[in-house]
Design a protein around this ligand. Structure first.
Ligand code: TPP
Ligand code: SF4
Ligand code: MG
Length: 351
């Protein structure tokens, strides 16, 4: 719990969204993370995206595991549903909650240790099942909370603060998400709000498993020379594939860009993703090409960011399982107990 409450005095004219709410209504408790931690910038980007989309806070369920990153749901949407689970177990708790009530927006917040080390199996199954969610990994390449040990996303050859060289190969969660069938895959940088906020908005509008890997430097244990997850390294090696504008179905469609290739992708809900492509031949709807592009640039030491893949007509786990529309807690006795005759017929069909 934070020891200092945030003051309630507005310091500037208060902005309001379509619901009449202010950005403050999308905040949570005061952050207790280290000053300058990348994770706080991800929190700020989430607050901005949710405010600008005018999402009622009570419509969101935020779930996390354990780690500095997993603490961050406390720092936004104080009036939403939240569950801080066990280390690496957020995906299965989120899957269960989602199956019980499809009417909420599910936001999973995790760390690279939480998702790529102890929780790798959970990460994989949640994505391959197509759970309708936004899954954000705040990726700093270390276990920040337990004082900076290398995580499984630390690049081979990178140096720890104490001078150790990582000799293990790294796991690229974006490459895994593509291979596992996630229908929305993006990577961004906590220090690039202009890229990250529209990506979060688009991921919320997307139906299916949306995965965002956010490189989020740990200023306490992984921000030195020799780290490949430091602010300086990411700024110098960031290869942005596109710049995204998210246009919700309620907004007039005006795509104004300076000359360059622009691709407009319509999602199932009518929202549009307008992508200014920096790599003119990059096709965001080609999963195989995205994997090749990623690996080609990784071999050159570059970190590819932007929206890397989207399946516009995607389906989610509820569609696969053909579940009922009504949340389970709203089903009545009549729905839950179909009567002896129906039960006898069903049992007869199994004999
Ligand atoms: C089952 C279990 N194993 C180990 C731990 C100790 N532990 C707590 S947080 C953490 C790593 C967190 O790393 P990451 O998910 O990358 O989050 P960060 O702190 O870097 O944001 C570990 C190993 C734990 N809490 N529970
Ligand atoms: S230890 Fe690292 S990850 Fe944790 S709050 Fe501090 S800077 Fe952030
Ligand atoms: Mg970490």
């Amino acid at each position: 719990m934070p020891s200092i409450a945030k003051p309630h005095i507005p310091l500037a004219p208060v902005r309001r969204n379509d619901l009449g709410l202010s950005p403050r209504d999308y905040e949570g408790s005061m952050s207790t993370l280290c000053a300058g931690c990348g994770h706080d910038s991800v929190t700020a980007a989430l607050v901005q995206a949710l405010f600008e989309l005018s999402i009622p806070p009570y419509k969101v369920a935020k779930l996390s595991g354990i780690g500095c990153s997993s603490k961050t749901p406390t720092y936004f949407l104080g009036n939403s549903h939240g569950f801080n689970s066990v280390h690496g177990r957020m995906p299965s708790v989120l899957t269960g909650a989602n199956l019980a009530n499809r009417d909420l927006i599910y936001l999973g917040v995790s760390g690279d240790g939480d998702s790529a080390s102890i929780g790798l199996g959970q990460f994989a199954h949640c994505l391959r099942r197509g759970v309708n969610m936004v899954y954000v990994v705040e990726n700093n390449g270390v276990y920040g909370l337990t004082k900076g040990q290398f995580s499984a996303t630390a690049d081979r050859g990178s140096k720890s603060k104490r001078g150790f060289i990582n000799t293990d190969n790294s796991i690229d969660l974006v490459a895994m998400a593509l291979q596992l069938g996630a229908s929305f895959v993006a990577r961004s940088f906590s220090g690039d709000k202009h890229q990250l906020v529209p990506i979060i908005k688009a991921a919320i509008a997307h139906r299916g498993a949306a995965f965002i890997d956010v490189i989020s430097p740990c200023v306490a244990f992984n921000n030195h020379v020799g780290s490949t997850k430091s602010f300086d390294f990411v700024r110098e090696h960031n290869e942005a594939v596109n710049r995204l504008d998210f246009i919700s179905s309620r907004m007039p469609i005006e795509v104004k860009y300076e000359p360059g290739t622009v691709e407009v992708v319509e999602q199932h809900d009518g929202s549009k993703l307008a992508l200014r492509k920096f790599a003119a031949d990059y096709d965001i709807q080609d999963r195989t090409a995205a994997l090749g592009f990623l690996q080609h640039h990784a071999a050159k030491g570059q970190i590819v960011t932007g929206l890397l893949y989207v399946e516009a007509e995607s389906e989610d786990l509820h569609a696969h399982l053909r579940t009922v529309q009504t949340p389970l807690n709203a089903l009545g006795e009549k729905d839950l107990c179909p009567g002896q005759a129906t039960l006898d017929k069903f049992n007869a069909g199994l004999r």
